[in-house]
Write a protein that binds this ligand. Structure first.
Ligand code: SF4
Ligand code: ZN
Length: 304
């Protein structure tokens, strides 16, 4: 039920220990994004089971003071975490001296009244904007909200003194590799005024999704790790990236020989922000560069 692991998280410019936990809930209320298979992990277990999972989180905590909670949906969605359990969870955070709490939510659940419960905790809310381009978000991702929805929610969070993490997605379907890189760099420029930190998700192929069907038919390839390096080098604010399934066919990958080095460099960069770590090379970099050149040459661009 509860999944958890310890990892490093950037806090006040330093790498600190963090407990990451995934609570099993009834899952995302939207469930329509083309790349998302999180709903397969959701279960409507009832409030007692949810409370047990919350208790388990604090049993696992030890002396860790940074807590990241995922739900495969939105922590602030009342249907996933009812308000009484949210308050119970927050009381336990306060008792345990949590220094920083990181949660995720779709914009429609970010409301001023709900945020009042979080007073006294350093809160960071991750919002899966994916791209600042409304056309791509609607037609290539099916996200179901606009850039303006993200901006409004980010403003509410900032007004309450909380931090905003903006997730951007590298390589939504139907974009070429080059278009995806450009979209991500452009998006990062546009969110800089609203987000404290940008987190880049590199597409990985999840089961039961539209993206999986495109991938099975050979009309979608997850991004190259070189593309991830390219965007990380070009973003001018704090940016992090966890290359989930990096080096695997279903995840972001290169030639197979250099993948492990690139994945390690990206992870280390995420906690240090040291761009010199991203100066890497491999024979396959030339193939990636040719891909960027030829893919756009041989197809009708989505954005002429
Ligand atoms: S990506 Fe997020 S908003 Fe979209 S279906 Fe998955 S959990 Fe819901
Ligand atoms: Zn290589």
């Amino acid at each position: 039920m509860l999944k958890f692991w310890k990892e490093k998280e950037r806090y006040c410019g330093k790498a600190e220990n963090c407990l990451t936990a995934i609570l099993t809930t009834r899952g995302c209320s939207w469930r329509k994004c083309y790349m998302c298979g999180y709903w397969t992990e959701s279960r409507a277990l009832g409030n007692e089971a949810l409370k047990e999972q919350i208790d388990q989180v604090f049993e696992k905590l030890g002396d860790v003071k940074i807590l990241k909670i995922f739900t495969s949906g939105s922590f602030l969605d009342e249907r996933e975490i009812p308000s009484e359990l949210r308050r119970y969870f927050l009381d336990r955070c306060k008792e345990s001296g949590i220094k920083k709490l990181i949660i995720e939510s779709r914009p429609e659940f970010i409301e001023k009244e709900k945020l009042e419960d979080f007073r006294g905790i350093e809160l960071e809310v991750g919002i899966g904007l994916e791209t600042a381009n409304d056309f791509i978000r609607e037609h290539c991702i099916n996200k179901g909200f606009n850039f303006s929805d993200f901006v409004n929610s980010a403003k509410i969070l900032k007004q309450e003194g909380f931090r905003v993490k903006c997730y951007l997605l590298l390589k939504p379907p139907f974009l070429s590799e080059g278009e995806a890189i450009k979209d991500l760099i452009d998006s990062a420029e546009k969110v800089i005024d609203y987000a404290d930190v940008i987190s880049i998700n590199l597409m990985n192929i999840q089961r039961g999704t539209v993206v999986e069907r495109l991938w099975e038919r050979g009309i979608y390839r997850p991004p190259w790790l070189w593309s991830a390096i390219e965007v990380l080098k070009n973003i001018k604010t704090e940016v992090i990236c966890d290359p989930v399934a990096g080096g695997k066919l279903r995840g972001p990958h290169n030639c197979g020989r250099c993948d492990r080095d690139l994945v390690s460099a990206i992870k280390l960069f995420s906690v240090t922000q040291d761009k010199s770590l991203l100066d890497l090379d491999c024979e396959c970099k030339k193939v990636w560069m040719k891909t960027l050149e030829l893919e756009d040459y041989s197809r009708i661009p989505l954005f002429p």
